[in-house]
Every structure is written in C-alpha cells, then in structure tokens.
Design a protein around this ligand. Structure first.
Ligand SMILES: [Zn+2]
Ligand SMILES: [Zn+2]
Length: 451
C-alpha cells in the first residue's frame, strides 16, 4: 500500500534505467527529509528482521544498495510496501537478479554515486527530473557513452564528494555549495577510448531490465563445460584455448567454481556472446565459440594476475602438506597459497583434493562443536553471575551483546546457545536463590575466605 508520494522510477525498460539508490534520494527529497531519515522510516516497520537489515545497510556505502545481496533485497521489499512502484519494478534499479548466479567480488560496484554532467543536463528536459543511471554504479563503466565525459563523484567547484544519505534536493546542484552539477566544466575529462564506456555492460543492463527472475545458479559453469566438451569432442580444444585460455576453461568448467561479474564479463567477451546469454546458459552454444576474431582482451578486462601456467608439482606438494598438517586447510586456501584455482587442483589431483576436502569438512564440524560447547558454558556462567558484573537487568539481547564482545564466539552460535540454554540457566539461578543461596554467594564467600 503506497503511503508515500507517487514517484515513478525513470527510464523503465531501457538501459538508462534509474538506480534504486537514486529513486530513494528523490523520494526522500520530495518529502523534504534526508535519505538517511527515509531509510530509517522504511526499515522501522518490522523490528525483528529490520535490525539485521539496518545493520546491513550501515555496513556498506549507500551506493551499495544496487549490489546483489540480502541487504538490497530487504530494503527493496521494505520500500515496495510504501511506494507506488511494485517490487518487480524497483528490483530493476538494482543488480539483485545476479544473485545467486554471480559471487561477490571487490571493485565490481562503485562505493560512491557518480554522474555525467551532460546527461544530468538533458534529463531535466527529457524526463522532467534528473536521476542517477544504474550503469553509473558499475566500476567498469568509467565514461558516459553519449557524452564521452568521465563520470564524476564530486562537485567541480567545491570538490566535495556527494553525500547521498543527506538531503539532495536535485542532482543538478551540489549539496554543499549549490553549484550546478549539470554543466560540463573545465576539469571534466573527455575520453575517446570506447573501452571506458563498457558497451557490453551497458547492453547487459539493457537486457537486465527485461528479466523478471534471477539468473540460474551455475549456468556459466555449465556453459563453459559444454563448450569445453564440444571442443574436446571435435578435437578443437587448442583452437578454443586460443580464445579462452586453458586454465580458465578448466577452472570455470568446474561446477563449484564461483563466477564473479568481471570473470563472466571476460568469458562472454572471449566467447563473443552477450553477458546475459552466458549467465542464462541455455542458449544453443556449440556453434558460437567465435574463434573467428583475433581481438585481444582489452587491458581493463584482463584477469587479475593469476599464474597462467599450472605448476602441477607445486599443487601436489601443497595438497600433501595440507593433508599432513595437524590443522587441515581449505581447498580455497591451498589454491590461493600457490596461485592456482580449486578447479585446476581438482582436475590434476582429484583423489588428493577429495581427501583434503573431507579433512577440512571434518575440521569445520569439530570447530563448530567446540564453539557450541564454549557458547553453552559462557551462557550458563554469565547468566549465573550476571548481577555481580552488571547494574542493568539481564536480557537476552544484552547477554548476546556482552558475549559477542567478551568471547569472540561467532554471533549465530551464541544466539543459538542463548536460545537453547536461557531457560535452563535461569532455572538453575532460581534454584540457588530458592535454597537461600543468593547468586552472589560465591563471590561473598570468596571475599570472606580471603579476609
Ligand atoms: Zn552523459
Ligand atoms: Zn560544490
């Protein structure tokens, strides 16, 4: 039920779609409040889930509300109950549909809000309002494709960064000095390199706005595997590896190798297919290797320095050492140690990888059990002696906060322990009190003994 002003998202159904954070800023501004205030109101409703949600919002920059994660989904849901736009529409202002198909990666999404002064100038005329485009929240997009201006995140006059959580009347004016942000200024940088406009990402956003469901999990891996198999069967794998390097091919063909947006972007580029089709994964693939062109991968899309040659000896040694160590290590850690991938390790030493993976799983279970026991003991001890150390009354929340701080045991384990042992521990305290032994008796006794 919409109880806020009937503001519409701008650029629906196009690659120029408005970002959800931009919509929130405009919504707050139209009610004359700060964006931070609006967010608090939106999240205030359901205290139970929203405490976690508010913490999620605080743990990332405001621009992060386009990222495919639980925080974005939560805020989208809370917002949709108050505004005229339904959830299905709001979600197109974010990358939420990339979850769970793509895994988290640093530097994919911007930490700040950015804009093109040329676009802001035209939006007012074209849409009656200026807004921030979703594509401007991708780090890969450095330059506006229309105006070729490097995107800005600060005012050209006072050089202050935008503060999206504060009030922002209109994107056309600086929040700090009111200088116009919708005019090209002397220190704007013109960029002619087409790579900086990331046409593949812009097209991707244009495809995303027509989706109404998340991408299937693992589709990219299945697709690479399929291409790999087809190349193998037709003895063209060398040809394929000229396009998609062998190690990457093996790595991503493995079903459990996580795929990030930069990785998917690279694979799509090398296989000459739209990113959206790669993530969907069910397109007729075998003809489309695109061995045709000899185009090299642009610099900005090069993979992070990972050893391109697989050193099988190093892998074997690391896996054996990992198995012999008193505390096992995770496959991912082993791969990181020697600069390779889990997929490559599994390809070369499937048996060793399985053994290490089992050892690691066993270690994790044992660790968890150990922490559970610790958490139970801490819960009991703390409830029994709470009044000795605290002036405020005992509460589950207070206890949890205290134990998180004092014990270093993970929050979820503590929360479970408190849930499970709260009543038994309280009953134990009551039993002591009933037998005329106040719960501070131990301390008093100790004191007496010492004197
Ligand atoms: Zn522009
Ligand atoms: Zn300014």
């Amino acid at each position: 039920m919409a109880d806020l002003l009937p503001l519409k998202m701008i650029g629906m159904g196009t690659q120029d779609i408005e970002a959800f954070p931009s919509y929130l800023i405009r919504l707050a501004s139209s009610h004359g409040i700060t964006t931070g205030h609006l967010l608090r109101l939106l999240l205030a409703e359901d205290a139970g889930t929203c405490n976690a949600l508010a913490a999620g919002v605080q743990s990332q920059p405001f621009a992060g509300l386009v990222r495919p994660n639980a925080t974005t989904l939560g805020v989208l849901k809370c917002t949709s109950t108050h505004v005229i736009e339904p959830l299905d529409t709001l979600i197109h202002g974010t990358f939420a549909h990339l979850m769970p198909a793509l895994k988290r990666s640093a530097n994919t999404y911007t930490n700040t809000v950015r804009w093109c002064p040329g676009c802001l100038g035209e939006q007012e005329v074209e849409h009656g309002a200026d807004y921030l485009k979703l594509v401007w929240f991708l780090n890969g997009v450095e330059t506006c494709a229309v105006h070729r201006i490097r995107l800005r995140d600060r005012c050209p006059i006072c050089q202050q960064m935008a503060r999206p959580m504060n009030r922002w009347g209109a994107f056309a004016a600086c929040q700090h000095c009111a200088a116009p942000l919708n005019r090209v200024s002397a220190d704007d940088v013109l960029e002619i390199d087409p790579e900086a406009t990331a046409p593949d990402l812009i097209r991707f956003v244009g495809d995303l706005v027509h989706r109404n469901a998340p991408f299937p999990d693992g589709a990219t891996n299945r697709y690479v595997d399929q291409v790999f198999n087809a190349a193998w069967a037709s003895e063209r794998e060398r040809e394929l590896w000229k396009r998609l390097p062998r190690d990457e091919c093996i790595r991503y063909a493995s079903a459990d190798e996580p795929v990030t947006l930069p990785a998917a972007r690279r694979i799509a580029y090398l296989l000459e297919m739209p990113l959206c089709e790669l993530l969907q994964g069910d397109f007729p693939s075998v003809q489309s290797f695109g061995f045709a062109t000899e185009q090299l991968l642009p610099e900005s899309m090069q993979p992070n320095k990972r050893g391109s040659k697989v050193d099988t000896k190093a892998i074997e040694e690391r896996l054996l050492a990992g198995l012999e160590a008193s505390t096992p290590i995770s496959l991912r850690q082993a791969a990181r140690d020697i600069g390779t991938t889990v997929g490559a390790m599994r390809y070369h030493f499937p048996g060793l990888v399985n053994r290490l993976s089992l050892a690691w799983a066993g270690h994790l279970t044992a660790e968890l059990n150990r922490k559970k026991i610790q958490a139970r003991e801490a819960t009991f001890n703390e409830i029994q002696t709470w009044r000795l150390r605290h002036s405020k009354p005992l509460s589950r929340k207070g206890l949890l906060a205290y134990l998180i701080r004092e014990t270093g045991i993970p929050k979820n384990v503590l929360r479970e322990a408190i849930q499970q042992w709260w009543l038994p521990a309280l009953t134990a305290v009551d039993a002591k009190s009933a037998s005329h032994l106040p719960i501070f008796a131990t301390a008093a006794d100790q004191l007496r003994q010492r004197n």
